[in-house]
Design a protein around this ligand. Sequence first.
Ligand code: MRU
Length: 358
Amino acid sequence: MQVNGRHYRTVWQEPDDAEGLWIIDQRALPFAFRTERLTTVDSCARAIKDMHVRGAGCIGATAAWGMFLAAREGRIEEGARELTATRPTAVNLAWAVQRQLRTITDASNKVEAARRGAEIICNEDVAACRAIGQHGLELIRALAAAKKGPVNLLTHCNAGWLAFVDVGSATAPIYAAHDAGIAVHVWVDETRPRNQGARLTAWELAAHGVAHTLIADNAGGHLMQRGKVDMVITGADRVTGTGDVANKIGTYLKALAARDCGVPFYVAFPSSTLDSKTLDGFAIPIEERSADEVIWIEDAAGRVRVCAEGTPAANPAFDVTPARLITGLITESGVYTAKEGSFSFQDDAAEAALKSEY
Ligand code: MRU
């Protein structure tokens, strides 16, 4: 993604800095563009937990680099535990840590194996998101052919390039359609309480030149009833082997409205988000975050309280949308119906090759 004339990934190493790891501090967006250098596994775990980085693919990639820092500190097992404990719902994180453990454990040069492993995880993430974009593009192209005027898409939270290493999952088909000359317009859910839609998705879409309109979270159902939404695309933090999807809180309500209004509801995700061993969406651990995120809203100037002092608040960060409400799953290997056994992903050839290299 281009920012201020430079191409950025969300997590990277600078060529002249073999010891550090760089991230975009997403807490500052869209008011400021800030990067941060991490040099210890502790600081990496804190950056994930406190959401300097966020989004399933991005926290997975950052955790993969965290394992490189853990290897440098000679604290591989402890680092793995610390990173895994930061955020429980998005399975990409545990997946990346486990994959790095398999790569590092028997390697003679553990630090170099971890560095290369992290690079490969990042590159695979980008390639998967690009492929998701191409598969989803065909769905948008078909909608465009069937109507006059722009295709109206609705998305929730931020499953854009900031939520991955680059490109994004839910936004990848949108960017691909825009780049292919198809007129698209995106309804952007603000996504309370942290406002990832308002702060991140709207910023990303504007940077890419995609027409969009920010809406309050509660507006989606009304717009669907009035025929103003042609397709919903969201991302996912964990998808079960039966096609149930955990995603940012509020996704389930959008899926219900979409079903009632006959609007197709798609979920886009790479294979690193698939938890095929879990067969029931309600078995997915749901992260409960601080009530402060509900009680206070942040802007460039600071934070303001939105309720009376002392008001109790709860903050479940994700919900589960059952497979029966999902029209299709857009993955790097194609578009699938959301049901058990319908997924087929490539095997981990890159992981096997890497293990024999170090
Ligand atoms: O709490 P976050 O911001 O890390 O939440 C993750 C998300 O951004 C969404 O749930 C997203 O749709 C899936 S992540 C690709």
